[in-house]
Ligand binder design. Structure first.
Ligand code: NZQ
Ligand code: ZN
Length: 389
């Protein structure tokens, strides 16, 4: 544990199948003008919308709506939402949905009182807000991103083909509270469920595959990964298993709420590659990660051999006896590949709409970071993308 850090997470969580009632505890803390933000309509089909509206009315709130927030929320949609929130003189934002809705609400929260263009300020220049930030709460319906307890916001600019995430340093961008009811996730299509599961897994990997020091965070990560693998196999066979789905929901939050990054450098190259694929294809986030992961990890394995060996033994129960470090590490990745296939993840970017002609553009859209075991050259990015086709 070599790093210097501070730790604070101001998001209050309410977890469980009775957690929605705590909206009644939270709403009185904020002003009368609420903007309810949601996606393409799943919450109207499964009844969550009606329950939330009833509680907002009971609390005498004056409600405006931003609906139709799409997966991978776009910049034009952000501009539209900023106008709605400004016209409503919003005091509070309530996001009801998955990571897209929650990320989008954060982008609105930092933009309503911002005098500059939010895309340029927050997503191209990565600046922090210097204006009032609207408080925001979240009712989570899709599990994976960890957006319910972090300060990340990812926005896509379809015109420039850029998908950019900003993890704000300002804790005020984090939801003031999040309501996590695992039952709400039971209506997710299998495809979204497993994409979310892989997103969680990869968030842990992005923080795990870095550094050579003995770090408490890595032990927590291994526990989270083991729990996720166990629950994912149960949920894959029986998506209605509440116990498995509730464990997955809780793991998702801890996978990306800053805890397991403490004292570490972090990798995030799978996300950089996946986001660039997403900018070109608008594909489901978790699937973009799944499709590029194995070529990436096999490529960097020699540079982080001891960690990949530890991953194989501690996460995948590979028996190291009589094997070289390289063999053990490779067996770990083979076990990971088998699990990915078992739960039905997309293993090739061509299945997501990418093709060989896009590779140069995708490589241009890939930010190269230096926190992992190998700083990639552009040629290596192209090679990994080719192997992901
Ligand atoms: O729009 P509706 O109709 O609600 O349908 C959604 C959407 O089509 C559906 N859905 C959500 N809850 C449902 C449901 N369908 C049935 N029943 C329910 N209970 O699921 C679809 C996907 O939702 P979305 O919010 O897009 O998924 P996710 O939570 O994976 O969010 C993806 C976005 O988060 C970003 C991604 O890049 C992507 O833009 N990320 C945010 C991060 C963060 N804030 O830290 C980190 C992540 O790495 C990620 O980059
Ligand atoms: Zn992710």
């Amino acid at each position: 544990m070599l790093g210097n850090f501070s730790y604070c997470n101001p998001t209050k969580l309410y977890f469980g199948d009775k957690s929605l009632q705590y909206l009644n505890t939270e709403l009185p803390k904020y002003g009368k003008n609420v903007v309810l933000i949601y996606g393409g309509g799943s919450i109207k089909k499964n009844g969550i919308y009606d329950d939330v509206i009833r509680i907002l009315k009971d609390n005498d709130k004056n409600v405006a709506e931003i609906s139709g927030v799409m997966p991978n929320p776009t910049l034009p949609k952000l501009y539209e939402g900023i106008e709605i929130a400004r016209n409503h003189q919003a005091d509070f934002l309530l996001a009801v949905g998955g990571g897209s809705v929650c990320d989008y609400a954060k982008a609105v929260a930092v933009s309503v009182h911002c005098k500059q263009d939010p895309w340029e300020k927050y997503f191209l220049r990565f600046e922090e807000p210097d204006c009032e930030i609207l408080p925001l709460g979240c009712v989570l319906t899709m599990v994976g991103t960890g957006s319910e307890m972090n300060a990340g916001s990812v926005i896509t600019n379809p015109e420039s083909k850029q998908k950019i995430g900003h993890v704000f340093a300002d804790e005020e961008v984090m939801p003031r509270f999040s309501i996590l009811n695992p039952k709400y996730t039971l209506t997710l299509p299998h495809y979204q469920m497993v994409a979310g599961i892989y997103d969680i897994f990869n968030h842990i990997c992005e923080q795990y595959f870095s550094g050579e020091d003995d770090n408490t965070s890595d032990y927590i990560s291994e526990g989270l990964m083991r729990s996720l693998l166990h629950s994912s196999r149960i949920a894959n066979k029986n998506p209605q298993d509440y116990e498995a789905r509730s464990n997955i929901m809780w793991t998702a939050t801890w996978a990306l709420n800053t805890l397991i990054a403490k004292g570490k450098s972090e990798d995030w190259m799978v996300h950089m590659l996946g986001q660039a694929v997403g900018a070109y294809t608008d594909a489901t986030h978790g699937m973009t990660l799944a499709a590029v992961s194995l070529p990436y990890y096999r490529h960097i394995l020699p540079y982080g051999l001891q960690k990949f060996k530890r991953f194989a033994v501690n996460v995948w129960d590979v028996n190291p006896a009589g094997k070289t470090d390289e063999q053990v590490a490779q067996e770990g990745l083979a076990a990971m590949e088998a699990w990915m296939q078992e739960i039905g993840l997309v293993m090739h970017i061509t299945e997501l709409g990418a093709n060989a002609d896009m590779l140069e553009g995708i490589a241009d859209a890939t930010f190269i970071l230096d926190g992992g075991y190998k700083v990639l050259s552009r040629d290596e990015v192209i090679q990994i993308l080719k192997e992901s086709l």
